[in-house]
Design a protein around this ligand. Structure first.
Ligand code: HEC
Length: 272
């Protein structure tokens, strides 16, 4: 308990330091700014507030069945959180589906806590004045994989299918500008406005990008999940809104997660 409190206090201080360093941010490139934030924060990241809150929500009895999520099987067996994110997305026999972390959390809320799928998916992302359980749970679970190598199996036929679908979506061009993910993320050293665009087809960039989400977004003051990252890139691509935990979002995650195998997971991170 004490450790959680200390973590939260440290993160609150870090958030205050961040707000203070935000002055004049526009004058520098986003990358330099982030480097400066990192230096100013030392080892504190406001995401720790979400992690601590997620840890508490994980253990809290909720829903019609008044049960906690502690028996949720995230891929390594019921109740095992440490390292679980490194094997996701994964095929789960109990739902007969390939699931990423967010969709698996929804399944556990339904199976263990008795929520309806609609209730479990109702608030996928936080915003101003709105803190949601999903972001906190994602921060907590992923933090328990920090420092471990990614090892997504991708061998079950449904996992193979998801990976192939994800690859197809990555290269699928469409929308008013005829963009695909590869248009922005399939070339080395490409930039848009002030941001470096990782080449997600280059193994080094792919590992670095995937292992740094979820992230605390300085510009938004929120922890953003990988589902949110994809939602925002669908918007960049001028595609219709990506539905939370849809098969397309899980397939894309499978493609990007498996391509990051061998990379060391290092999130929740901190981003501009
Ligand atoms: C029009 C250009 C564009 C398209 C198309 C696009 N993205 Fe992005 N993507 C960006 C930008 C810009 C960023 C950095 C955003 C930021 O820092 O706010 C980004 C960031 C990302 C990141 C995080 C990288 C990191 O290191 O943090 C991932 C992963 C990603 N995109 C995946 C995708 C996928 C998958 C698609 C296809 C569905 C896609 N993007 C389509 C512009 C694009």
């Amino acid at each position: 308990m004490r450790k959680t409190w200390e973590k939260a206090a440290r993160a609150a201080l870090a958030a205050a330091a961040l707000a203070a360093t935000g002055v004049g941010a526009q004058q520098k490139s986003a990358i330099e700014e982030i480097e400066r934030y990192r230096a100013a924060l030392g080892d504190g990241n406001p995401a720790e507030l979400w992690e601590a809150r997620g840890d508490a929500i994980w253990k809290e009895k909720r829903g019609p069945k008044n049960a906690s999520l502690e028996q949720c099987d995230l891929g390594l067996g019921p109740g095992i959180v440490r390292g679980a994110y490194t094997v996701l997305p994964k095929y789960f026999a109990d739902t007969n589906k390939v699931e990423d972390l967010e969709s698996r959390l929804v399944s556990c809320m339904v199976m263990l806590q008795g929520f309806t799928p609609e209730q479990a998916k109702k608030d996928p992302y936080g915003g101003p004045g709105k803190k949601v359980a999903m972001d906190a749970l994602v921060a907590f679970v992923t933090s328990e994989s920090r420092g471990l190598p990614m090892k997504v199996a991708g061998t079950h036929p449904k996992e193979v299918e998801a990976y192939d679908l994800g690859r197809q979506i990555f290269f699928h061009r469409g929308g008013p500008y005829d963009f695909s993910c590869a248009t922005c993320h399939g070339v080395n050293n490409q930039r848009i406005r002030l941001q470096d665009l990782p080449n997600l087809l280059n193994p080094r960039d792919a590992k670095k990008a995937y292992t740094s989400w979820p992230a605390y977004r300085v510009s938004q003051g929120e922890v953003r999940s990988f589902q949110w990252r994809l939602l925002d890139c669908f918007r960049q691509q001028r595609f219709p809104e990506l539905e939370f935990t849809s098969p397309a979002s899980i397939a894309l995650t499978m493609f990007l997660a498996k391509n990051s195998n061998g990379g060391t997971f290092d999130a929740p991170a901190i981003k501009r």
